[in-house]
Design a protein around this ligand. Structure first.
Ligand code: APR
Ligand code: PHB
Length: 390
């Protein structure tokens, strides 16, 4: 079998790439190791930058997003017993964020692909990339017990941080840049109305907490926990008690609790591979870079990579113009490194580290005070948060 672009992974990156390529008249096959039900249920982040929303709308997959997405014009930083609003409408007029779950984006993209006859193979295993430095790379895999192979013009590695695509690049031809943080996030989804209209990023001695949401009926919360924390040690009442202790720190705020629908623990890591391409293999999304979720950049970076890759492939197929492909990694990495810095900065600003001494805590507080009292500093946070365009 053959196709033009073989895509490994049906996360937001792989699915959006397949959809955008289809709109350019380029065919692809998507290979995903999980089931459709699994990828549509997997709860992940949920903050879309303005540019991400525009991309999804322009691609014809923004209809439910426009109806159900919650537009936010600001976020709150909560520390020292006070609330401080970062007002996007004043600092970065015309640019807001939309809160819409990543798995909703995935559902919309799967539906759009299948409606236009797209080829997504779920539950494949043993995916292996071969001859990526030739003009006829191929993807080998097993589906329903049978070995299969698809010959491609190009391969897109969209298989997330734990995928196989990145390792197909010879070790000597790639460099990894990495940071691990000495804590994790415990995330919950709860059937309860949000206790505030906007996201709350709360810093305090007990650790960081985040109040987010998915809809007027469903809230999302995160707690900074130890890097080795286990869900078994976090029964529901301990989670609510800790969320209250970290969020009910300003006058007049009380946190509403409700049934917990979902719990998970996410490691906090920063990672970049350079370059994001080798031969005819192009990496996009988490396969190439990971950010800690504090800046809400992961999904937005995946969408940005895919925009660049679609343009480059479209130029190649339409006119034999290979310049976009040659520049793919360098183009993506400019945005990637800005988001790396922002995510690292938000993470180190808002999480007390166990290794911190009193001096380090004072520096965090000073920086927080600066961000909420200087228009320049607040604008810097705001323009990165809504999406900085290089
Ligand atoms: N073969 C086939 N599919 C694979 C393989 C493999 N060897 N390994 C992983 N996959 C699949 C995963 O099951 C997943 O569905 O690749 C997909 C990768 O999707 P994501 O992890 O969602 O990555 P990406 O599409 O780059 O989206 C980035 O996801 O992790 C979040 O915060 C991150 O929001 C960001 C977004
Ligand atoms: C979320 O709603 O899941 C969310 C929001 C903001 C973040 C991270 C995650 O920074």
């Amino acid at each position: 079998m053959r196709t033009q672009v073989g895509i490994v992974g049906a996360g937001p990156a792989g699915l959006l790439l397949s959809h955008l390529l289809h709109r350019e008249g380029i065919e692809s096959v998507v290979l995903e190791m999980r089931s459709r039900a699994y990828i549509e249920k997997r709860v992940r982040a949920g903050v879309l930058e303005h540019g991400t929303v525009e991309t999804l709308r322009a691609a014809g997959v923004g209809e439910r997003l426009s109806r159900e997405g919650l537009i936010h014009q600001g976020i709150e930083l909560r520390f020292g017993g006070r609330r401080h609003r970062i007002a996007f409408e004043e600092l970065v007029p015309g640019r807001a964020i939309t809160v819409y779950g990543q798995q909703e984006v995935v559902k919309d993209l799967v539906a759009a692909r299948l409606a236009s006859g797209g080829d997504i193979r779920f539950e494949v295993d043993d995916v292996a990339l071969t001859a990526i430095d030739s003009e006829r790379p191929s993807v080998k895999f097993r589906a329903a017990g049978e070995r299969e192979s698809i010959e491609c013009d190009f391969i897109a590695g969209c298989d997330g941080f734990h995928g196989v695509s990145r390792d197909a690049i010879p070790a000597g031809a790639r460099t990894h840049f990495e940071r691990e943080y000495p804590f994790a996030w415990l995330g919950i989804l709860a059937r309860v109305a949000p206790s505030a209209d906007e996201l709350i990023y709360a810093y305090g001695d007990r650790g960081f907490a985040l109040h987010s949401m998915r809809s007027p009926e469903v809230s999302r919360f995160y707690l900074q926990v130890g890097a080795d924390a286990q869900l078994e040690s976090w029964p529901d009442d301990r989670i609510w008690a800790e969320l209250r202790a970290r969020l009910e720190t300003v006058p007049g705020f009380s946190l509403a609790a409700g049934p917990i629908l979902e719990k998970n623990i996410t490691a906090m890591r920063s990672f970049v591979v350079e370059p994001m391409q080798f031969g005819r293999l192009y990496l996009a999304g988490d396969a190439a870079h990971i950010v800690p979720p504090t800046g809400a950049k992961g999904l937005n970076l995946a969408v940005a990579d895919v925009r660049v890759l679609t343009r480059a492939l479209a130029d190649w197929y339409a006119r034999g113009d290979a310049s976009g492909l040659a520049q793919y990694s360098a183009t993506c990495l400019r945005r990637v490194w800005r988001a790396q810095h922002f995510s690292y900065w938000m993470t180190t600003l808002l999480h007390p580290f166990d290794s911190d001494d009193a001096y380090a805590r004072r520096l965090q507080l000073s920086q927080l005070e600066y961000v909420v009292s200087s228009r320049a500093a607040a604008t810097s946070l705001a323009e990165n948060y809504v999406g900085w365009e290089p």
